[in-house]
Ligand binder design. Structure first.
Ligand code: CXF
Ligand code: ZN
Length: 384
């Protein structure tokens, strides 16, 4: 007699899991039991292992401008593939992955260009739904719960498009790697790929959180000779020195405009300026702080209010460049595995950015720490 075996096809089942749901702007997250659909064609379902809190999660959660609630935030995460949807050949169950808040379809004009990482198909999703059908995969009692950046990692499990995840080697701790899913990759890429900082150059960085300090690290590794850090919170200065910042400025200690202080220190302006605050007034200050001729300002921050940048046209006429960058200009699927290898070779000290390890149940604590300027990265560990 042959014994019968039952194979459970997980990829066709709805599961329930715990997620930290935001019910309104700025409202404390609530642990809820949510239903999560199976991965649809070309999607994968991931068991989230770790997720770190990024400033832009907090900005979007607080924003009254485009309230999309209830919502599951989180876009910087690592996990393990639990099941795959129809048509997925790139991933299989058990693969280690990082989520991507801006994906790579590999076939659109931008994915085919070496000059862009702005995928036209799987780019930044701002409406709280999935790219393929404008629907949510999460629900509570049948009512939709919206996504964030089509990632939503503040959940034990999530579903993402297979183009919005990158496979990583399985011998690297996922509790460290999650930082390469956004913040650290964004800063390093801005320094290396977008600005392509040269040796002996002068660099000024506005905002000394994880992104700003990743820029500093990138600048130091490129041999910049003078790295100036600017932040209104002097508590950040001690840590900043460890990342290679040689000169620290708190604008509240100065009466004259801060770009004048920087111009004096840099003999007429820095070679490179990086805006990592998310304030359009600071973008203008950054432009004013870099030099005529070749000064380059790179913006990385996401503005909380006023999205328009103001600058006198003469700043550009005199040779400056203003350039934006999303996830450091990296093509995430192709480039992030290279950063993972660099971490393994001890070329990128990701661990130094982790100031707190928290359990998922304490996720609101991470928000408090971020708002209070008391952390770099809080890594949130999901239950096993
Ligand atoms: C952001 C970019 C703007 C939208 C949300 C995600 N990236 C990193 O934090
Ligand atoms: Zn982020």
């Amino acid at each position: 007699m042959s014994s019968s075996t039952t194979t459970i096809n997980r990829s066709s089942q709805v599961i329930t899991c715990k997620a930290a749901v935001a019910w309104g702007p700025g409202k404390e997250l609530v642990m809820e039991e949510v239903e999560l659909s199976p991965p649809q064609p070309m999607e994968i379902r991931i068991k989230v292992v770790c997720t770190s809190l990024c400033r832009s999660d907090v900005t979007a959660w607080q924003s009254q401008l485009t309230p999309i609630f209830p919502r599951i935030f989180g876009h910087e995460a690592s996990g393990i593939v639990e099941s795959v949807g129809q048509g997925v050949t790139e991933f299989q169950e058990g693969d280690h992955v990082l989520t991507l808040f801006t994906g790579e379809c590999m076939t659109c004009r931008h994915c085919l260009s070496t000059q862009s990482n702005m995928c036209q198909v799987l780019g930044l999703e701002r409406r709280g739904v999935m790219h393929s059908d404008q629907k949510t995969r999460f629900s509570i009692k049948g009512e939709p719960v919206y996504h964030y950046c089509a990632v939503s990692s503040f959940s034990e499990f999530t579903v993402v498009h297979s183009g919005c995840a990158v496979k990583v080697r399985s011998d690297v701790p996922l509790d460290k790697l999650c930082l390469l899913s956004c913040g650290v990759a964004a800063g390093l890429g801005a320094a290396w790929k977008v600005a392509d900082i040269s040796k002996q150059s002068t660099v000024v960085i506005f905002g000394l959180g994880t992104v700003g300090l990743s820029v500093a690290l990138g600048a130091k590794l490129r041999g910049a000779s003078h790295i100036i850090g600017v932040d209104t919170n002097s508590d950040k200065f001690e840590k900043a020195r460890l990342f290679g910042i040689t000169d620290l400025i708190n604008p509240t200690d100065h009466e004259e405009p801060i770009h004048q202080v920087i111009k004096r220190k840099t003999n007429g302006g820095a070679d490179y300026a990086f805006e990592c605050v998310g304030d359009t007034g600071t973008v203008t200050t950054a432009l004013l702080s870099c030099c005529d001729g070749w000064g380059l300002t790179v913006t990385l921050g996401v503005p909380k209010v006023e999205p328009e940048v103001k600058a006198h046209y003469g700043l550009l006429l005199s040779g400056r460049t203003l350039k934006g960058s999303l996830i450091g200009g990296w093509k995430p699927k192709s480039d992030i595995p290279k950063l993972v290898d660099m971490y393994i070779r001890k070329e990128i000290p990701i661990d130094q950015f982790i100031t707190h390890d928290l359990q998922f149940a304490d996720i609101n604590k991470a928000f408090e720490l971020m708002i209070g300027g008391k952390c770099l990265r809080c890594v949130i560990h999901m239950p096993n």
